[in-house]
Design a protein around this ligand. Structure first.
Ligand SMILES: Nc1ncnc2c1ncn2[C@@H]1O[C@H](COP(=O)(O)OP(=O)(O)O)[C@@H](O)[C@H]1O
Ligand SMILES: [Mg+2]
Length: 254
């Protein structure tokens, strides 16, 4: 078996990448539960990993332990009651941003290693696109680029799309618009970005979906409880569930 690697990237920080990656993992797990589909979330934000904090976990082992050879990925995985397993990125000692050599090879191999056991492997790539993150993004089966309506987010999302078109011209990325005032506003963001990719990169851009701005999101994060557990009928929960259904259908069709 080999699962699918879905990478969530944005360029800009603070656009909701970690929150979205967690919520997508939970939605994919719920969507695939009846079919026994297994989902893993890899916190690959090498600089500022914090998926474990949003999930209220205090892991003993993490990506740092795995890269240092102190633990296997298997040992570092934590099962969350939301229905997926997390490989935490948080390192008690120092940053992982500058990893190189053997550790870098281990990091780059992790998504595929997890995909041998899981049907869906969601990667939270974190802000910025260093060499390691750029490779992780280019090697993902499905690169998801997350953006908001803010002009700075749009230019950063475009920069990520441009790098991807160079690094992995055959991979078709999809756009997620987060914190949108409404579906229409999100679609306008997509139209703007797609006009740019068509004009300058010579290719279109599929919209994976729009997630509305929702006060329930920061509330759930403060409570360190996943949104689909705490507020399953909130606007943002409904939007992410719809995106997960679309992505699940795409994987069945592929
Ligand atoms: N759809 C949304 N509606 C409202 N707030 C959101 C939404 N998505 C994310 N946020 C808020 O954005 C902040 C940053 O989220 P985070 O996942 O840490 O972003 P990133 O990983 O991109 O830095 C969080 O405090 C979260 O509450
Ligand atoms: Mg983050």
């Amino acid at each position: 078996m080999t699962g699918r690697v879905i990478a969530v990237a944005s360029g800009k920080g603070g656009v909701g990448k970690t929150w979205f990656a967690i919520t997508l993992a939970q939605a994919l797990a719920q969507e695939g539960k009846a079919r026994g589909r297994r989902v893993a979330l890899l916190d690959a934000d090498l600089g500022l990993a914090n998926a474990d904090v949003q999930l209220g976990l205090a892991p003993v082992l993490d990506l740092g332990s795995v890269l240092a050879g102190r633990a296997t990925a298997e040992q570092a995985l934590v099962a969350h009651e939301a229905g997926f397993c997390l490989l935490p990125g948080r390192s008690g000692s120092g940053t992982l941003a500058g990893i190189e050599g053997a550790a870098l090879d281990v990091a780059l191999g992790l998504p595929r290693q997890l995909a041998a056991r899981f049907d869906e492997v969601v990667l939270d790539l974190g802000a910025g696109l260093g060499a390691a993150q750029r490779r992780l993004l280019a090697e993902a089966d499905l690169p998801l680029v997350l953006g908001t309506e803010e002009p700075t987010s749009l230019t950063d999302a475009y920069a990520v799309l441009k790098l991807l078109s160079q690094d992995a011209p055959a991979r078709a990325p999809r756009l997620v618009v987060n914190m949108a005032a409404g579906a229409g506003a999100g679609q306008r963001v997509h139209a703007t970005l797609e006009a740019a990719t068509r004009r300058f990169l010579g290719r279109g851009l599929t919209l994976a979906g729009v997630v509305r701005r929702d006060a329930k999101v920061p509330e759930a994060i403060r409570a360190q409880t996943p949104l689909l557990t705490r507020h399953p009928t909130s606007a943002a929960a409904i939007d992410v569930a719809a995106i997960a259904r679309g992505l699940a259908a795409a994987s069945v069709a592929a």
